[in-house]
Ligand binder design. Structure first.
Ligand SMILES: Cc1cc2nc3c(=O)[nH]c(=O)nc-3n(C[C@H](O)[C@H](O)[C@H](O)COP(=O)(O)OP(=O)(O)OC[C@H]3O[C@@H](n4cnc5c(N)ncnc54)[C@H](O)[C@@H]3O)c2cc1C
Length: 435
């Protein structure tokens, strides 16, 4: 047994774990953070877009030394068929602001930096150590963790479970169910390296400006999923992901889809001549509001992906993880200040904070969404994209067909696909801004 008692143990040094550990260490708690990877970030995968607002609440001056890639000035959404895409692009000079709102990042570098802040705040960070079990007392209260090191039982008043999407520890300890295949996506991603100037000319950007492309349509062969292309300083991240249950049904492979996506005529020129240096695969929780498990109990709280706190419709995860980690840290620090025990009754304040935050409000708003997309995936990801692209071709091709006939055909296709566009519209949050 590691002969020390901690106020809190944090399992995992990803976005949620780092936020929780830093928040508690800064408030004077004695914190042990345990990460199985060689270093924080070595196991972590993200597109990756960082949302400044949520990090600012934890590290207000993060722009001074965080490893940021590009700030985003343009968002493109592509609805694809096999040879074309119809796009919705938004670009604004307003995003060239003093404190940009979104950045691309590379998680291996970013998590290392985030973890350095955790250490500076006084937490003990133990890497290359896997938590094998949550240890409970005879009353079922979590009293510490067992790790894969000699003598590995460590005690703490409370354990923050920030182990990410697979959530094996929580499942083994009967704190949550195994995530269903219809509630998790499997995404694969490659990093394509090329000179900075090539990226800037291909994406029409300068300096540290960046572009995000999100793509849906026949690229996922009728399965619920999306592709993405993010510009970093000297590389482009390209990936695709679909629900695990869809992969099981369709018998498709993730790398097969990625190869196909890369060969698409709209995509291939963006990565031509690049050198692939990294390949990664990871799960994403996509069950939404209905898949959220119990968030706290006697001696434990769960944050981030392990709690299924992920907004698949808006492709946000790291910000929910950081915010839930911060709120868990704040709740625990409050209880500690009052010298109260870490009972479920006292830790319920964490859930109250989550309920009041954007996390639960957003997830509640889309509570039927993942299943809607799933049950109509052939329409959303095969039929409508083909219809819309055909309609666009019909509209722009000059071939002697009277314009009235062309307009009728085009309108018919867009009306059929209106739900799709409604979703995209919403996803871009324009509707929210106009309400
Ligand atoms: C391809 C892809 C693209 C994405 N793109 C975006 C995006 O652009 N923007 C966005 O906001 N989100 C994105 N996400 C989601 C985002 O990555 C997650 O929501 C976020 O990483 C969740 O943070 P977390 O701390 O909960 O989990 P993680 O970041 O997964 O961290 C969990 C940590 O726990 C450690 N761990 C696990 N088990 C143990 C154990 N037993 N013992 C010790 N350590 C353990 C792991 O090694 C890991 O470091 C993307 C995800 C994927 C897969």
């Amino acid at each position: 047994m590691i002969d020390e008692h901690f106020d809190a143990i944090v399992i995992g040094a990803g976005m949620g774990g780092n936020a929780a550990a830093l928040t508690m260490a800064e408030r004077g708690l004695k914190v042990l953070q345990i990460e199985r990877g060689e270093y924080p970030g070595s196991k972590n995968v993200q597109g990756a877009i960082l949302y400044s607002e949520m990090l600012e609440k934890i590290i207000p001056n993060f722009r001074e030394d965080a490893p940021l890639e590009r700030h985003l000035v343009e968002q493109r959404f592509w609805m694809m068929d096999d040879r074309s895409h119809t796009g919705l692009h938004y670009r604004s000079e307003d995003f060239n602001e003093e404190k940009p709102n979104r950045y691309t990042i590379i998680r291996a570098q970013f998590d290392k930096w985030f973890s350095s802040k955790v250490r500076e705040a006084g937490a003990v960070v133990l890497c290359e150590t896997t938590v094998t079990e949550l240890v409970k007392d005879t009353f079922g209260r979590v009293i510490g963790v067992r790790v894969d090191r000699a003598g590995g039982f460590v005690r703490a008043d409370v354990v923050v479970i920030a182990e990410g999407v697979s959530g094996l520890l929580g499942t083994r300890a009967n704190l949550r169910d195994i995530p269903k295949a219809a509630n998790v996506a499997l995404a694969v991603k490659e990093m394509h390296f090329m000179p900075r100037e090539t990226i800037e000319s291909r994406f029409n950007i300068k300096g540290d400006e960046g572009v995000v492309i999100e793509a849906a349509g026949t690229i996922t062969k009728g399965m619920t999923g999306m592709g993405f292309i993010y510009s970093n300083k000297e590389c482009v991240s390209i990936g695709i992901g679909c629900l695990v249950s869809d992969f099981q049904k369709a018998g498709e492979t993730p790398y097969g889809l990625l190869e196909r996506f890369k060969r698409h005529p709209s995509v291939a020129p963006l990565i031509e001549g690049s050198e692939v240096k990294e390949y990664a695969a990871h799960l994403i929780p996509e069950g939404g509001y209905k898949a959220i498990p119990q968030l706290y109990g006697d001696g434990w709280v769960v944050v981030g992906d392990a709690a299924q706190l992920n907004n698949a419709i808006h492709r946000e995860g790291s910000n929910l993880a950081m915010t839930s980690g911060r709120l868990a840290g704040e709740a625990i620090a409050r209880i500690k200040t009052r010298r109260d025990p870490m009972t479920a009754d006292n830790l319920a304040v964490y859930k109250e904070l989550i309920d009041k935050s954007f996390i639960m409000k957003d997830l509640k708003k889309y509570k039927d969404m993942p299943s809607l997309l799933h049950t109509q995936s052939q329409n959303f990801f095969l039929t409508y994209p083909q219809l819309v692209n055909k309609a666009m071709e019909n509209f722009v091709r000059v071939d002697g067909t009277p314009k009235r006939e062309k307009e009728k055909l085009t309108m018919r296709a867009f009306v059929a696909a209106r739900t799709w566009w409604g979703l995209i519209w919403d996803a871009f949050s324009l509707a929210r801004a106009w309400r």
